[in-house]
Design a protein around this ligand. Structure first.
Ligand SMILES: Nc1ncnc2c1ncn2[C@@H]1O[C@H](COP(=O)(O)OP(=O)(O)OP(=O)(O)O)[C@@H](O)[C@H]1O
Ligand SMILES: [Mg+2]
Length: 260
């Protein structure tokens, strides 16, 4: 495995009662890159994500994060190992403010090292500046995602696009090395989509994080990802640049039913 490989997936398989949703998939991700997984409905993209993030346990195969086997570990162990996953609404508390949500996530990360529950101020958005490591970390994340102005808003009152930004902030609060985004612009307006694309690029540059993204919007895919993995019926049809996959005959067949 080359030293700049953060994730190595080898012969990964997932069966659901006779259906092989993921069929001996192998690929690697280089550190600090943005890679997209595309493919028609039912190709196995979400199943692949669920295997990497621990929501599902593989039937067989290997998933190595920085050389350490993580296949079959529980989701919280995988978060601790350094993989963040967005767009699962369960990680957000809708009735709390943006600030409280991000604090909770930062505390959960820091809580691995210290007992910070004592003395935590739960509802003082404007107080503080940079007086404690917790407050500093929270403010850094608000600034990174550009949502300082939303800090005191209750999450459930925000637009869909702004809620997605909050989810991204919560994922970042856990300081992942690899971030999985499953259709990050689904249901978004054009303007919200633009904003999300710019944010992903900005966060990648600022943090050096590696991203794996599934997307149906090809404009988003081609804009963000240098490397694209095309899945179809559980297997990888092709891996390469925009140009390489566009010229691949089996990709054309899977998408268009034609070789032209
Ligand atoms: N929990 C499950 N139980 C049984 N079959 C499942 C389960 N999850 C997924 N499948 C099947 O596995 C295959 C791959 O589904 P998956 O959701 O991974 O596709 P996808 O590429 O994410 O599709 P989409 O683009 O529609 O999101 C499909 O045939 C699906 O019906
Ligand atoms: Mg899916």
């Amino acid at each position: 495995m080359p030293p700049d490989t953060i994730l190595q997936v080898t012969k990964l398989v997932k069966d659901f009662n006779g259906i092989r949703a993921v069929n001996e998939i192998s690929f690697t991700l280089a550190t600090g890159t943005i890679t997209a997984v595309i493919g028609p409905n039912g190709a196995g993209k979400t199943t692949l994500y669920n295997l990497i993030s621990g929501q599902l346990s593989p039937t067989s195969g290997s998933i190595k994060l920085k050389g350490k086997e993580i296949a079959g570990l529980l989701p919280d162990k995988i978060v601790k190992a350094g993989i963040g996953r967005s767009f699962q609404i369960t990680s957000v508390f809708p009735s709390l403010t943006v600030l409280q949500n991000i604090r909770t996530a930062v505390i959960s990360r820091m809580g691995r090292q210290f007992d910070l529950w004592q003395g935590v101020e739960w509802d003082s958005p404007g107080d503080d500046s940079a007086s404690s490591p917790l407050q500093r970390a929270v403010h850094e994340i608000l600034a990174l995602v550009g949502i300082e102005h939303l800090a005191t808003n209750i999450v459930s009152t925000l637009s869909h696009g702004d809620q997605a930004l909050v989810e991204m902030a919560i994922v970042l609060a856990l300081e992942p090395h690899l971030i999985l985004l499953d259709e990050p612009t689904a249901g978004m307006s054009r303007e919200e989509t633009r904003h999300m694309v710019e944010l992903i690029r900005h966060v990648q540059r600022q943090t050096g994080c590696t991203f794996l993204i599934t997307e149906h919007d090809m404009e988003v895919v081609f804009e963000l990802a240098k490397k694209i993995i095309v899945m179809h019926q559980g297997v990888i049809l092709s891996t390469g640049s925009h140009e390489e996959i566009s010229n691949n005959i089996s990709v054309r067949r899977a998408y268009l039913g034609t070789d032209d």
